[in-house]
Unconditional design. Structure first.
Length: 238
């Protein structure tokens, strides 16, 4: 965990989904200067790129005390990642499980590249913390979401750039219901409303049906995880 008296700036990996929006709110609570970064990598759910802008605007409108903290938004074109990835997140194919046991939604190297490029931007912008929504509790087994992977990456980035950098993953040990609870603790019903109506998590990019937990196909692994987490959260909150 960071020392807030020493390092008070952060760059949030912000996709426009539930987890990254919760992480953005977490960063705005803990840091004085917060910037965001998004990646266009040819993802099938391209709609998230427009959703992230709506989320940022809604946060500025809803939480005026955060406006002075929330700075520049960076968007990087990593289309090459989509070109070399044979996955259901970057191509129009059915979501299934590979022989390795991993779902074919796994984009090899994605989070490693995301953090490496984010660290490069952070170096130039003098931002000391990188914040990501990776989680080892409710996840699909992605190896680049593991705590040990990111701790190792933090060391490599700091050594390779000869510059201290901290990777913060506030959701690492939370299940999805606890992520909903964290968002409520930080921003109350207002933040939950933004997450439900503005964020996007659905892998197939479906954005026609608004459920109690948000938009989505209600069939893909991302929708199922989000729905079950919301149902558990609402049950515990009543």
């Amino acid at each position: 965990m960071f020392n807030s008296e020493v390092n008070r700036s952060a760059l949030v990996l912000f996709s426009g989904g539930q987890d990254s929006t919760t992480c953005l709110a977490w960063a705005l609570k803990h840091f004085d200067k917060v910037e965001t970064i998004g990646f266009n990598y040819g993802q099938r759910h391209q709609v998230e790129m427009s959703c992230r802008i709506k989320v940022l605007n809604s946060i500025r409108e809803t939480f005026p005390t955060w406006v002075g903290k929330l700075g520049e938004d960076h968007v990087l074109d990593l289309d090459i990642l989509g070109q070399i990835s044979d996955t259901s997140l970057t191509q129009d194919k059915e979501i299934s499980f590979a022989k390795s046991g991993l779902p074919n939604t796994f984009v090899p190297g994605r989070n490693l590249l995301f953090f490496t490029f984010a660290a490069t931007i952070a170096y130039r912008r003098s931002l000391k913390h990188l914040v990501g929504g990776m989680c080892e509790t409710d996840y699909s087994g992605y190896p680049d979401c593991r705590d040990n992977t990111l701790k190792s990456l933090q060391v490599s980035l700091a050594l390779g750039m000869d510059n201290p950098v901290v990777i913060d993953t506030p959701l690492m040990w939370l299940d999805k219901s606890a992520t909903w609870e964290l968002a409520h603790q930080i921003g109350g019903d207002e933040l939950l409303s933004i997450i439900v109506s503005e964020t996007h998590t659905c892998y197939v990019g479906e954005r026609e049906t608004l459920h109690a937990w948000g938009y989505g196909c209600n069939k893909c692994p991302a929708c199922e995880l989000r729905r079950l987490g919301f149902e558990k959260y609402t049950l515990m909150a009543t």
